[in-house]
Design a protein around this ligand. Structure first.
Ligand code: SF4
Length: 375
């Protein structure tokens, strides 16, 4: 017990050390000066694909420190925001028909086509909030008379823990509604959005701890697009912007790793093997973006008895992703700022969201509503 306490203290100190290092005001001042020296003299646009990056950029007011020519936009990096309404509708149907849906708190509030899981729960549906997939496993073990389905969302970061539980699962009363998505295909999609004209990517650090660097190689080689893998502290993001501007100034496009303290070239081989063993990669539907090739995970045939869609014979359906007036589909690709949506902080607020981007703490509208100082 005493030893555990010491360990926790030591971890806390290490964390504080990292925070001090990557939030040091003098270093911020120095890097911002360097960024200004690299101002290309014409507009450039860097896109990140991560709710945590958007939080850092907005919470710390980083946009206000940049030259007016340098813009940072948010891509579809919030796993709750991109969850299609049809997949919420499926979960609602199961919840109203005797299956207990176990999922994360933010997912419960996301609008489906007509209602949310929270509304289904108010109508008597079985919906429980869990902090991790192991909570769902524990519930299913403890209440074997009930049927449970875990609605698993998230990118490459959370897919390994779902894969791990699927692999271990021997429970007849627990199945999985898999809604995992993959980040690099979404980045490729953004390059095809004609008038978006991105000049570089800031790639998500946590996804990269799993997938490594190789999946990003295509961007500099095929698209001449700088990619910087970055961490989540203010200096991580500022260094990434500096590195991308340095590439533009030097007329080169390459893949650089700002987040070397956590990301290596190979990624997490064990986690990648686990994903590969449990899932197939298929075309995936993204809320507001449509179908993207090779962007979603599906349980392999050998695990189909644990696939909730098979088990309960759920039909694929068409959902209504964007409610009238909501501009999430434009916010999620960085074409519109939340403040440009006429519903922002009027009809749509964190406590009464109209669109998925206002629900999750990783959603751009929600982040701007809570922390947006540099609109
Ligand atoms: Fe949608 Fe609300 Fe964001 Fe507008 S402010 S785009 S309605 S989530």
């Amino acid at each position: 017990m005493h030893y555990q306490k010491l360990e926790i203290t030591r971890l806390g100190e290490q964390h504080l050390k990292t925070l001090r290092k990557f939030r040091d005001p003098k270093t911020v001042e120095r890097i911002v000066k360097r960024i200004h020296k690299l101002d290309p003299g014409y507009p450039v646009k860097f896109c990140h694909v991560c709710g945590t990056h958007e939080w850092t950029v907005t919470h710390f007011g980083l946009r206000s420190m940049l030259p007016s020519n340098v813009q940072v936009i948010a891509g579809p990096g919030c796993p709750v925001c991109i969850l299609p309404a049809a997949e919420i509708d499926t979960a609602i149907e199961l919840a109203l028909n005797g299956v207990t849906i176990a999922t994360f708190g933010d997912v419960v509030r996301v609008p489906g086509s007509e209602s949310s899981l929270a509304e289904a729960r108010a109508q008597g549906g079985n919906v429980r909030v869990v902090y991790s997939i192991s909570d769902a496993v524990r519930m299913a073990k403890e209440e074997q008379e009930k049927e449970f389905a875990f609605l698993g969302i998230g990118f490459e970061t959370t897919a390994p823990s779902t894969a791990n539980e699927v692999l271990k699962c021997r429970l007849e009363n627990l199945s999985f509604l898999i809604s995992h998505r993959l980040i690099p295909p979404a980045m490729e999609f953004l390059l095809g959005v004609g008038d978006l004209q991105i000049d570089g990517f800031i790639a998500p650090g946590h996804v990269s701890t799993i997938i490594g660097l190789e999946p990003y190689e295509i961007f500099p080689t095929a698209y001449n697009m700088p990619v910087i893998v970055a961490g989540f502290e203010p200096l991580d993001v500022l260094f990434a912007i500096y590195m991308a501007l340095r590439q533009i100034k030097g007329g080169v496009s390459c893949l650089e790793n700002e987040y070397q303290r956590a990301v290596n070239r190979e990624g997490n081989i064990k986690a990648l093997k686990l994903i590969d063993h449990v899932f197939d990669t298929i075309q995936g539907n993204w809320r507001g973006l449509g179908k993207l090739p090779d962007s979603a995970l599906k349980l392999k045939n050998r695990f189909e008895r644990w696939d909730a869609r098979n088990k309960y014979d759920v039909e694929a359906r068409k959902g209504r992703d964007i409610l009238p007036g909501c501009k999430c589909h434009l916010v999620m690709i960085g074409k519109m700022k939340p403040v440009e949506c006429t519903l922002f902080m009027r009809n749509c607020r964190p406590e009464s969201p109209k669109g998925a981007c206002m629900v999750s703490t990783e959603g751009t509208c929600r982040i701007w509503a809570k922390h947006g100082l540099d609109h």
